[in-house]
Design a protein around this ligand. Structure first.
Ligand code: TYD
Ligand code: MG
Length: 444
């Protein structure tokens, strides 16, 4: 009998180590090692699901047959756009996101938006009755939607081959499991094994498969890296729980653009598409208040207007406060230093609070100029001229750098009534060269 040897495997990236480690040398994550025995591994390799074995042989590229694959749509325009124009048959898609963000809602809504599709929805998280309740709330009536309350992966795969649906939805990958493996559902071993089986199903049987995965507190999908390599497309569903808007972002896409973003709003009767997202993040109540600036960021191929709010007050005692909400704190410190050294505005005796309205996270460097102007506007207690939008990155020398898609951003700003854009000068764009000039222009 083979000796059972204990090994430890990183839950995040699958790195194997003979002993337990606090931090993974491969991916750098902490406290991710789980014990597994090599005997368990043998079982894993022996036990393959029937119907997926193949007798593939190498073939010449010219002889490979391609069936003219045409995409089919989910019917949810924002979703289809993020996918790159709908689903490609046989595609393997992962949708990640925090619990409660709306992953189940979104996937269930496909049955409403495209009732022609035959869908096999495998649910491990809710009972069939609960799904029906939700479907009623969403107005889903399709008779081509099959709900399957099963979490044993072998049974799910057998059923999928029998039904041969247009779309298989697995909600979620953390609840499905193989009985041959000793570890719990949701462990790296189970997630990896099940994900690999669904991959074979998608590729060999040409069944388009969507798996849902929860993300951990750190924002990773549990058992993340391994999963991301296996699938064709990784979509991340994000948003602030305190707000109703949701962003669906493509992090990886073999069949379409990456970093594309779809915008939704969570309403009483499910997710609705937001065709003009800029309006979502701008309030009309703050006109004429100091410390507010409108910036134009790019989300994927789409310009988005965002409101930056700064509050600068006299520091009462000790080290002044620096608080940033929706913005990188280090970047804020850097911009404050540039303002002090290059434009002569000192914040040394002031507390600084920076907030991006609507719970949005501003990470586009094109937002720098607007953040700087909001800070100075609050410092001087002087509102920024109305109808002004800011587009530009700030360099350490106090110079303004141009950013991609200037024309598209300006157009979006003008469309929403911010025709007076202050932009960084660059090739082909007439604009400001230094931060101090831009501030002078914005604050008169
Ligand atoms: P859900 O799709 O269950 O999230 P996930 O599958 O990502 O865990 O979304 C649940 C949340 O969405 C819950 O807080 C209630 C809310 N919701 C609505 O606001 N309207 C609706 O029509 C539905 C179905 C859910
Ligand atoms: Mg769910």
């Amino acid at each position: 009998m083979a000796k059972t040897k204990t090994q430890f495997e990183c839950r995040s990236c699958g790195h194997i180590s003979p002993k337990w480690l606090g931090s993974c040398p491969s991916c750098g994550e902490w406290n991710t090692f789980e014990e597994r025995t090599s005997a368990a591994k043998e079982v894993e390799h022996k036990a393959r699901v029937s119907g997926l074995e193949s007798n593939e042989k190498p073939q010449k590229l010219s002889e490979v047959e391609t069936s003219e694959k045409s995409r089919f749509e989910s019917g949810i325009a924002e979703f289809d756009r993020v996918l790159g124009g709908g689903f490609l048959p046989g595609a393997y898609v992962l949708i990640g996101g925090e619990p409660g963000i709306g992953k189940s809602t979104l996937t269930l809504q496909i049955a409403k938006s495209n009732p022609q599709l035959s869908i096999l929805y495998c649910a491990g998280e809710e009972s069939a009755g609960q799904i029906k309740q939700r479907a009623q709330r969403l107005g889903v009536q399709s008779d081509k939607l099959l709900v399957f309350n099963e979490t044993q992966v072998d049974k799910v795969i057998a059923e999928a081959q029998k039904v041969n649906p247009d779309l298989l939805i697995v909600d979620s990958i953390q609840t499905v499991y193989r009985t041959e493996l000793s570890s719990m559902p949701g462990s790296i071993q189970q997630v990896k094994e099940c994900a690999a089986l669904f991959q074979q199903l998608a590729k060999k049987k040409n069944i388009t498969t969507v798996v849902i995965g929860h993300v951990t507190k750190e924002g990773d999908i549990a058992g993340p890296r391994v999963l991301e390599h296996m699938v064709d497309t990784v979509l991340q569903f994000e948003g602030d729980k305190n707000y109703t808007y949701r962003l669906l972002r493509s992090l990886k896409n073999r069949f379409g653009p990456a970093q594309e973003v779809g915008v939704f709003e969570m309403k009483e009767d499910g997710l609705t598409e937001v065709s003009n997202p800029s309006e979502l993040f701008i309030s009309d109540k703050t006109e004429g208040v100091s410390g507010n600036a409108i910036v134009c960021t790019m989300e994927g191929s789409r310009p988005l207007l965002i409101e930056v709010q700064a509050l600068v007050t006299a520091a009462s005692y000790g080290t002044p406060q620096r608080t940033a909400n929706g913005f990188d704190r280090n970047r804020l410190a850097l911009l404050l230093a540039v303002l002090e050294k290059r434009a002569g505005f000192s914040f040394a005796n002031h507390d600084v609070y920076l907030n991006i309205a609507g719970g949005f996270r501003l990470s586009d460097p094109a937002g720098d100029l607007g953040v700087c102007c909001a800070l100075v506007s609050s410092l001087l207690d002087k509102p920024i001229n109305q109808q002004t939008a800011f587009i530009g990155e700030v360099g350490l020398g106090g110079e303004l750098r141009t950013v991609p898609h200037i024309e598209q951003r300006k157009k979006e700003a003008a469309k929403l009534g911010f025709g007076n854009a202050i932009v960084a000068s660059g090739k082909g764009t007439n604009g400001e060269r230094y931060i101090r000039d831009a501030i002078k222009k914005a604050l008169g």
